[in-house]
Design a protein around this ligand. Structure first.
Ligand code: AMP
Length: 428
């Protein structure tokens, strides 16, 4: 047994796992660039109030899952690790007066989030999200831009069969009346409610639709639906979002019970699922409109919309499809030598090639040439550059490890030779 282990619910992303990870992140960063959502980095922790106010105190994320940190000394602040990115980004939008910039402000963030959740498959205490926000546009066109962007992410990452689940959860004009109906409905079935849901009925009946309790399934399916009680403005917005998505040819499934777990959402709510993996805890990502959030965090009333896509679950989905893309393009060449003790000579040549931009390792063990060559092959290097007697005349041997062939190259040409080989190495 090792003395220490990574904390429960966290993972070491070892290089073999990090390789598909990097490819997925590269897709996200490239899409952010093409769609014009530049990167913002916010702190990994914020004043707890940022999350308590934004997300809502009676949500799972704040009630049970917030990683709280204790400040020391005079600061007397209560901090928490970020459980999601939107609240921090909106806090930054307000703090930096971004409403004076051309609207909407488009931003993206890729990084770890923290939730003190019960760990299980696909659910970690530290996980990664790609978060995209457009603040300052009431939609509906921007809603469609974002939903399509998320959809494209999965298709470019190679995740197959992804569908958008879409709903509208209304706004302060129509939701209160609906909530009353919903509360009446669930009150009529109070005896059948699990204790936690009975408690939520008092604080926020909408949350019951989001319940993870299997006993709630039938009750939820028969509950009154918000989409059937939208005010005219929300109904019009919702119809326009769908019309835009149809133009963009994004396949959408209307999902009347989709409410999302956080309080700040208004109108458009959406999640991404793979066909056949549409259960609780299986969403690949999700997002929604939050027209009240900027004001809630102390800014002027400003509409906004965003999404967060889970990187962990995306990589998991690719692995299930056997599509994680294999090993990364690693070392191109290993510098080995006939004189085991000449580590300086090997290191000097490797350093020169690295300075020229090539991925080259030197064998720094003092072992026989044969063992050095074995090590290079096992590492998956394409070439071994052999430093030997020819070095005196300015030549080295270059061994093509997979092919088993060997040739003499003048040192002066080595860089060019390896560089040409590198192009095929990456595509091979
Ligand atoms: P949420 O805002 O909770 O809907 O999260 C958006 C996405 O982040 C989810 O669809 C998941 O892909 C991912 N996610 C959320 N919580 C976790 C977690 N505990 N572990 C791994 N991924 C998560």
């Amino acid at each position: 047994m090792p003395l220490f282990r990574a904390p429960r619910g966290t993972r070491d992303l070892l290089p073999a796992l990090h390789a598909p990870w990097e490819r997925v992140e590269a897709v996200a960063r490239d899409l952010a660039r093409r769609y014009g959502y530049p990167t913002i980095e916010t702190p990994l922790f914020e004043q707890s109030g940022v999350f308590e106010r934004a997300i809502g105190s009676d949500t799972d994320v704040v009630e049970k899952e917030l990683f709280r940190l204790q400040s020391r000394g005079e600061e007397q602040e209560s901090w928490a690790l970020r459980p999601e990115a939107t609240a921090g980004i909106v806090r930054a939008y307000v703090q930096h007066g971004m409403r004076t910039l051309p609207q909407p402000v488009r931003l993206s963030l890729l990084g770890p989030m923290f939730r003190y959740d019960r760990p299980q498959a696909g659910r970690y205490r530290q996980f990664w999200q790609w978060d995209v926000e457009a603040i300052g546009d009431p939609g509906p066109a921007i809603d469609a831009e974002l939903i399509e962007l998320g959809y494209r992410f999965y298709s470019e990452a190679g995740v197959e069969g992804v569908k958008v689940h879409l709903n509208s959860i209304g706004d302060p004009a129509c939701r209160p009346a609906y909530l009353e109906r919903l509360a009446e409905y669930f009150s009529a079935h109070r005896a059948a409610l699990p204790p936690l849901e009975r408690q939520r009925l008092e604080t926020n009946p909408l949350r019951l639709l989001d319940s993870k309790d299997p006993e709630m399934e039938v009750l939820i399916a028969q509950a009154p639906r918000l989409v059937e009680h939208l005010c005219p403005a929300c109904a019009e917005h919702f119809a326009a979002v769908q019309a835009h998505l149809a133009v963009l040819e994004v396949p959408v499934r209307l999902e009347p019970t989709l409410v999302r777990g956080l309080d700040y959402y208004t109108r458009t709510a959406f999640e991404y699922y793979r066909e056949g993996a549409e259960g609780q805890q299986q969403a690949l990502g999700g997002g929604g409109r939050y027209d009240g959030l900027v004001e809630l965090l102390g800014g002027k009333a400003t509409p906004g919309i965003g999404f967060a896509l889970g990187i962990d679950r995306t990589v998991l989905a690719l692995q299930e499809q056997d599509r994680d893309g294999g090993a990364p393009a690693g070392t191109l060449a290993v510098v080995v030598g006939a004189d085991p003790d000449d580590t300086a000579g090997r290191l000097r040549l490797a350093t020169r090639l690295r300075a020229a931009g090539l991925a080259v390792r030197a064998d720094l063990g003092r072992r026989r040439l044969g063992r050095q060559l074995e090590g290079a092959a096992r590492e998956g290097a394409h070439f071994a550059v052999i430093v030997g007697d020819e070095m005196a005349e300015g030549h080295v041997q270059v061994r093509d490890l997979p092919a088993g062939t060997q040739r003499t190259e003048p040192l002066a040409d080595l860089e060019r030779y390896l560089r040409r080989a590198e192009a095929s190495h990456h595509h091979g």
